[in-house]
Write a protein that binds this ligand. Structure first.
Ligand SMILES: [Mg+2]
Length: 218
């Protein structure tokens, strides 16, 4: 299997691919949020990623990996309100800062990116694993990646995606302890956290992008 890393032009295409995947899940994400919140999570994610896509598409061809991620974070935060706008915005900015000067994203860079996202999320959101938030998916993805020997980018993405999937699914069994849905307490049981579900979709679409890139490069 060809083992291609992500260059800056690849990253721009990947972000647009993720934006489209999030857009397709808008109704699903709204319905997850409606069960435990105000039902707007899909709209927020779609609007945020549309802004990111527009920003990334308009960047100069010389844009670097760290610059693309930093601009993505600013665009997401600027276009969306509420907690998720700040959290994902800061996570994207942190991802950019972690890859300063890098010409490509391989497995090691992806691991740094994912770790920096968790650090930024914890610093900004004050949640802990088990609080039924986005962090449960992000933390599980990092844990999964740390538990395996680091191989190529696609393998790393698949491992992190499976971690995020399990983490997002596990939130269904958690009572809500933080944020708006915490008022529901045990009544939130049975419903996964929409932010965690979104993070799984992001990793799933990133993985799919690299799978397609790898198969077309052979
Ligand atoms: Mg909401």
């Amino acid at each position: 299997m060809p083992n291609r890393n992500i260059t800056a032009p690849d990253l721009r295409r990947m972000i647009c691919f993720v934006a489209e995947a999030i857009g397709k899940e808008e109704a699903h994400l709204n319905s997850l949020d409606a069960a435990i919140g105000d039902g707007d999570h899909g709209i927020t994610m779609r609007v945020g990623f549309e802004a990111v896509k527009a920003k990334v598409s308009g960047l100069d061809a010389s844009a670097t990996i760290d610059g693309i991620l930093a601009e993505s974070g600013t665009a997401f935060m600027g276009a969306t309100g509420g907690a998720i706008g700040v959290l994902l915005g800061k996570m994207l900015m942190a991802a950019g800062a972690s890859l300063k000067g890098k010409q490509e994203i391989g497995a090691a860079e992806f691991q740094s990116l994912l770790a920096s996202m968790e650090t930024a999320l914890v610093a900004t959101g004050k949640a802990k694993p088990g609080d039924k938030t986005l962090l449960d998916a992000v933390h599980a993805a990092n844990q999964a990646l740390a538990a395996e020997p680091l191989q190529d980018l696609l393998t790393a993405l698949r491992i992190a995606r499976e971690g995020a999937r399990r983490g997002a699914e596990s939130t269904a069994q958690m009572p809500a302890r933080i944020g708006r849905s915490s008022r529901l307490g045990d009544r939130a049981l049975g419903n996964p956290d929409p932010g965690a579900a979104s993070f799984y979709i992001i990793l799933q679409s990133m993985t799919e992008f690299v799978e397609r890139q790898s198969s077309s490069a052979s």
